[in-house]
Design a protein around this ligand. Structure first.
Ligand code: PXP
Length: 250
């Protein structure tokens, strides 16, 4: 997966398959089954967020994904001791550090790397030693990109939610500004030598301008794909998203 530098990779986030399963507390739909179908449809990686409150993905899901996947797992987690232990036990291909608040519905904002620089530098060192690539989910701001670079992160994942949400809500004056910020900050981070990923809130309507940034190497997409799969099936939905990404990149 790492060798083809020009191809934009698609990471499929399967958290919300687990959300539907947990609504009934049973065994289906099974996130691993969705992940294997996503692989078959062309996903280059699978993303799963083990939240502190286990509201969707569970510890058992992470074990099943580690055992069952052929593509890399991007393990999203908060910077807590508990999660660090779990990551060190499984040694996933990549760990993406995200901010987490119990009361939030989804990840709100990026990590404040500029404020937590020392703490995060110590936190990611053992993950690197274990062979994990370390990604930091941040807002597209210079101070956070510079701090991510200083602490030795391999990857930054840019929070594209402000662009996607503004576009989806028809606030195009805002979405234009946000897109321009993402363009400038992608170029800036690339110059520092960081690998750039992007995620949060991406839909068929918002994917192309982000996919067109030559510096962006991976998109992580979840909620829209799982929602759209209700109408069109997961495989079709992923194939369509992949096609839009490839068109934007061509
Ligand atoms: N990337 C990160 C770091 C996230 O926290 C999330 C949401 O869990 C995503 C990508 C996927 O966002 P969405 O589900 O809105 O596509």
């Amino acid at each position: 997966m790492e060798n083809n530098q020009s191809k934009l990779r698609l990471g499929v986030n399967i958290d919300h398959v687990a959300t539907v399963r947990n609504a009934r507390g049973g065994a289906y739909p099974d996130p691993l089954r969705a992940a294997l179908l996503a692989e078959k449809a062309g996903a280059d990686g699978i993303t799963a967020h083990l939240r502190e409150d286990r509201r969707h993905i569970t510890d058992t899901d992470i074990e099943a994904l580690m055992d069952g996947l052929s593509v890399p797992l991007n393990f999203e987690m908060a910077a807590t001791e508990e999660m660090q232990k779990i990551a060190l036990r499984h040694k996933p291909h990549a760990v993406c550090i995200v901010p987490e608040k119990r009361e939030e519905r989804t990840t709100e904002g990026g990590l404040n790397v500029a404020r937590e620089e020392n703490k995060l530098a110590h936190f990611i060192a053992p993950l690197h030693d274990a062979g994990c690539r370390v990604s930091i989910f941040i807002a597209a701001e210079m101070k956070h990109i510079e701090a991510a670079h200083r602490i030795g992160a391999d990857i930054i994942e840019l929070h594209v939610g402000p662009y996607c949400d503004a576009f989806t809500e028809g606030r195009f004056d805002v979405s234009d500004v946000e897109l321009e910020r993402l363009r400038e900050m992608s170029a800036f981070a690339h110059e520092l030598g960081l690998e750039i990923h992007a995620g949060h809130g991406i839909t068929y309507d918002t994917v192309k301008p982000i996919a067109a940034f030559p510096e962006v190497m991976e998109l992580n997409i979840g909620h829209f794909l799982i929602g759209e799969a209700i109408f069109d099936g997961l495989e079709n939905t992923i194939v369509k998203m992949r096609t839009l990404m490839d068109e934007a990149r061509a």
